[in-house]
Design a protein around this ligand. Structure first.
Ligand SMILES: C[S@@+](CC[C@H](N)C(=O)[O-])C[C@H]1O[C@@H](n2cnc3c(N)ncnc32)[C@H](O)[C@@H]1O
Length: 263
């Protein structure tokens, strides 16, 4: 096998970058490429291949969906934390005051901290009934999220989770029933398992996509919303996106858009 830093190995890795970027319309930032290269090499070697034989399999159409998901998992960043954006969580709680049984979709939810933060904040605000549905392209992230088991966090109250041994907390069963997860690639056409949400939130995912792909994703998210529903994204993530059915709420941090009621 070629050494890791041999020019031929760098060439085949560059080819893989092009393949992955074209297939998933993502951009893998230069600062992440070394880490991705090591992770991809470890993965293909664990499957008894190298980047060349893996490419031969790809050309023969023998790379299955699960393997592509794993490659995408390795290529993307899954960093997250509880209450990462307090303004976004507060905005959701505010919007939910007008809705009896709100349905909230969190797209690119990673290991689940964002959906559970929303649930915890809604419970603390006295909201007894809601549904939060998290989707992520990574099956590994979704498995972790479904467990509902995390290191303890000071802002997650006992209404939502119970302390366990080893400084951990587990979300109560009734919370895990209201907070559901699904492996889903937002660039694919399959509908998500939460139709017509009142609120869609996506944060720190769009930044990995080129402008035209971001706009495609935002159009999709807008079309999923119930009429009058809201789309929330991180500040600066929507660039100059506009959509005839969506009105940008001025001066909002995070970005908030509302879908027209006449669609
Ligand atoms: C950096 S994390 C952000 C997690 C969380 N939203 C937050 O702000 O803390 C981005 C997540 O988006 C997911 N992702 C990337 N592309 C995706 C796609 N096409 N469909 C669904 N999830 C995707 C990644 O797997 C990753 O877990």
């Amino acid at each position: 096998m070629e050494s890791l830093d041999a020019p031929a190995e760098l060439d085949i890795f560059k080819r893989w970058l092009e393949i992955i970027e074209a297939r998933f319309s993502i951009q893998i930032d230069e600062s992440r490429q070394d880490a991705f290269r090591s992770a991809l090499l470890r993965y293909v070697e664990s499957q008894g291949m190298d980047l060349w034989s893996f490419n031969e399999r790809r050309k023969a159409g023998q790379v299955c969906g699960d393997t592509w998901s794993m490659v995408l998992h390795l290529a993307t960043n899954h960093e997250t934390r509880f209450f990462r954006s307090l303004p976004a969580t507060q905005r959701i709680v505010e919007l939910c005051k007008q809705i009896t049984a709100p349905k909230i979709l969190s797209v690119g939810c990673s290991t689940g901290e964002e959906p559970y933060s929303i649930a915890s904040a809604l419970l603390d605000a006295g909201h007894p009934t809601f549904r939060v549905h998290g989707t992520d392209v990574s099956s590994m992230c979704i498995s972790t999220a479904r467990e509902g088991l995390y290191p303890r966090h000071p802002n997650v109250g006992t209404l939502a989770a119970a302390p366990t041994r080893d400084d951990k907390m587990r979300f109560h069963l009734f919370v895990r029933e209201m907070v559901t997860f699904e492996e889903h690639n937002i660039l694919q056409d399959r509908p998500v398992q939460l139709p017509n949400p009142h609120i869609v939130i996506t944060q720190n995912m769009l930044i990995y996509y080129r402008t035209e792909t971001r706009y495609e994703i935002l159009d999709r998210l807008a079309s999923m919303l119930t009429p009058g529903g809201h789309l929330i994204t991180g500040p600066g993530e929507t660039l100059n996106w506009s959509n005839l059915s969506m009105k940008r709420i001025p001066h909002s941090n995070p970005n908030v858009f509302q879908r027209s009621v006449d669609v």
